[in-house]
Write a new protein. Structure first.
Length: 567
């Protein structure tokens, strides 16, 4: 196994390139397979894609640590210095390579990458590196095919043309999918498709990427009492006739997860075993949540079947609509001015009533009560959360808004979260206004750290953008390459940049600078742009629901804060 923080341009990649420069084939020397040196190995980095290509060493697993950390830590930047601060809680400046190598030897148990990935590989039945390199479809298929083989099923392998011809989905994905699949026996092996909508004189009818032979009238009559239909008119066999592979697999997965979580409570003092069990239950949870996606991945799926995928989604929608109607039919459950205790009692009653209204294992879980919340749009809300009756202090809980997103700068998340906390705690918009105007004043006065004004967007590669695209990360990369042609970010790496002041009329893309350029040249961030275009709109999206105009708060600031234009 070969590891490095950035194995392409630094560490191993740098050493291999230097060795190649003096005609030493280090890749063959590191390989565990002895073979004659071929031209392809020597020219691996040459060509137009040399900035985007990883090297491969036969017989070795190569782990690019910064890529692994992308899925472990949600940060604005994945530079070595930033990861040191957020994971090991140490602030380190940008030292030379010799000093960096001494800090790179971190404790392998800090993130438990090797232990957890080994456990997931054992759980899914795939190789260690496939846990890192392959997606959710590969994991689902690995478990599903083992179960299907025991029942003599063979999976379909559709071509790209067959996937393209398959009809598109008709319903918007929601949730509840594992429970829906189990409750209604939805599966490839139980689905008869649109059998009643097809013409009797046809020999076959469309089914996913393939076709099914049309049953005779006598066969349909014999199955009449053994079929269920999804809201979209798709026919499925009942579990009494044939138990589906997917429902059976999900039952085993979720039952095993319950058993594993029970074991975690029994061995809570054994940290090593507890960490292993946690990795196992997390893998089981993830595989259950992505099983639906395997059935409906009609663009790049390995075995998509829109009849199964649409049935799961439409039944989930129908279930939620019945839940809403049931709740709205009880006037005592609706109203304002409830205490926390009353809210928990109502929540328990709702959960019990909805659970009884659905087949097992569909169950409505009562999770939390909000006391103080803002519902912005679907999947975008924030509030003070209580998870139990005896909880005294609320927990700030945000979904989908800028405080939990990384496509802005840190100042947006900090100012928005603090403003919402003040609102929820004091119920006083005047105090929110005082705080927001104070922060605007600090930004316009240049008294805010550069780090809080730094954007960090993912780089898609030199050829990952359309011609003429005005993308800050691409513009900055091209400028840095003029000084050092090797200074190219990896695909997926976040490129930090700051917007500075420029002459009137100059395109905004020409005002993009790296943090290092801003510090070395004494440039000033465009504070007016940050306040009016970056920080103001997210605040306005939340507080406009209360009748507040954030832009008027900005316009009411004293005019003695006019910034000095610099380039």
């Amino acid at each position: 196994m070969i590891t490095g923080y950035e194995t392409h341009q630094l560490s191993w990649g740098y050493i291999i390139k230097r060795a190649r420069f003096i005609n030493i084939d280090l890749i063959s020397a590191l390989s565990r397979i002895i073979k004659e040196q071929d031209q392809k190995t020597i020219d691996l980095y040459e060509g137009e894609n040399e900035y985007e290509m990883d090297f491969k060493i036969e017989g070795r697993i190569i782990l690019n640590i910064w890529k692994l950390l992308r899925s472990e830590a949600s940060l604005y930047s994945y530079t070595f210095e930033n990861m040191m601060f957020h994971i090991l809680h140490k602030r380190v400046p940008k030292y030379d390579d010799e000093m960096l190598s001494s800090w790179e030897r971190f404790d392998p148990e800090q993130l438990d990458l090797f232990g957890r990935n080994s456990e997931l590989a054992r759980l899914f039945g795939i190789q260690f590196y496939e846990v890192i390199s392959r997606g959710s479809q590969f994991r689902v298929e690995s478990m599903m095919l083992r179960l299907a083989k025991s029942q003599n099923y063979v999976s379909l392998s559709p071509s790209v043309r067959q996937r393209a011809r398959m009809r598109s989905g008709e319903y918007i994905p929601l949730s509840l999918y594992p429970s829906i699949i189990m409750a209604y026996n939805y599966c490839f092996t139980t689905c008869l498709g649109r059998v009643l909508q097809s013409q009797d004189n046809e020999d076959s009818y469309e089914f996913g990427c393939s076709v099914l032979p049309h049953p005779t009238l006598s066969e349909l009559a014999r199955l009449e009492d053994h079929l269920t239909f999804s809201p979209g008119g798709i026919a499925f066999l009942k579990a009494s006739v044939r138990k589906g592979i997917l429902p059976e697999m999900l039952h085993k997965i979720l039952d095993t997860r319950v058993m594993v979580k029970r074991s975690m409570k029994l061995y809570r003092d054994d940290n090593i075993l507890k960490r292993t069990l946690h990795a196992r239950q997390l893998g089981l949870k993830l595989i259950a949540n992505v099983t639906y996606g395997y059935t409906s991945a009609n663009f790049s799926g390995r075995m998509p079947c829109i009849e199964v995928g649409d049935s799961v989604v439409s039944k989930g929608r129908e279930t939620l609509e019945r839940c809403i109607k049931l709740i709205e039919s009880h006037p005592s459950w609706n109203g304002r001015g409830r205490t926390k205790e009353e809210a928990f009692n109502i929540g328990d009653e709702m959960a019990k009533a909805v659970t009884l209204d659905n087949p097992k294992p569909v169950k409505l879980k009562f999770e939390k009560v909000y006391m103080g919340c803002i519902l912005q749009t679907k999947k975008r809300y924030v509030g003070y959360m209580y998870e139990s009756r005896d909880q005294s202090d609320p927990i700030y809980d945000a979904k989908g808004i800028e405080t939990v997103r990384r496509d802005g700068c840190p100042a947006v998340a900090k100012i928005l979260e603090k403003s919402l906390r003040i609102l929820f705690e004091t119920k006083d918009v005047t105090k929110v206004r005082t705080y927001v105007q104070r922060q605007f004043h600090k930004i316009l006065s240049g008294k805010i750290p550069l780090q809080d004004l730094t954007f960090a967007k993912e780089f898609r590669g030199l050829k990952g953008y359309r011609p003429g695209a005005c993308v800050p990360s691409l513009e900055l990369t091209r400028r840095l390459m003029k000084k050092d042609r090797m200074n190219v970010p990896r695909i997926g790496q976040r490129v930090p940049y700051i917007i500075i002041y420029g002459e009137p009329g100059r395109p905004l893309i020409q005002s993009v600078r790296s943090p290092q350029e801003v510090m070395e040249s004494g440039l000033r961030p465009n504070s007016t742009y940050y306040v009016s275009k970056v920080i103001g709109p997210p605040l306005d999206r939340c507080f406009s629901l209360l009748g507040v105009d954030i832009h008027s708060w900005y316009n009411d600031l004293p005019r003695d804060l006019s910034p000095v234009l610099q380039d």
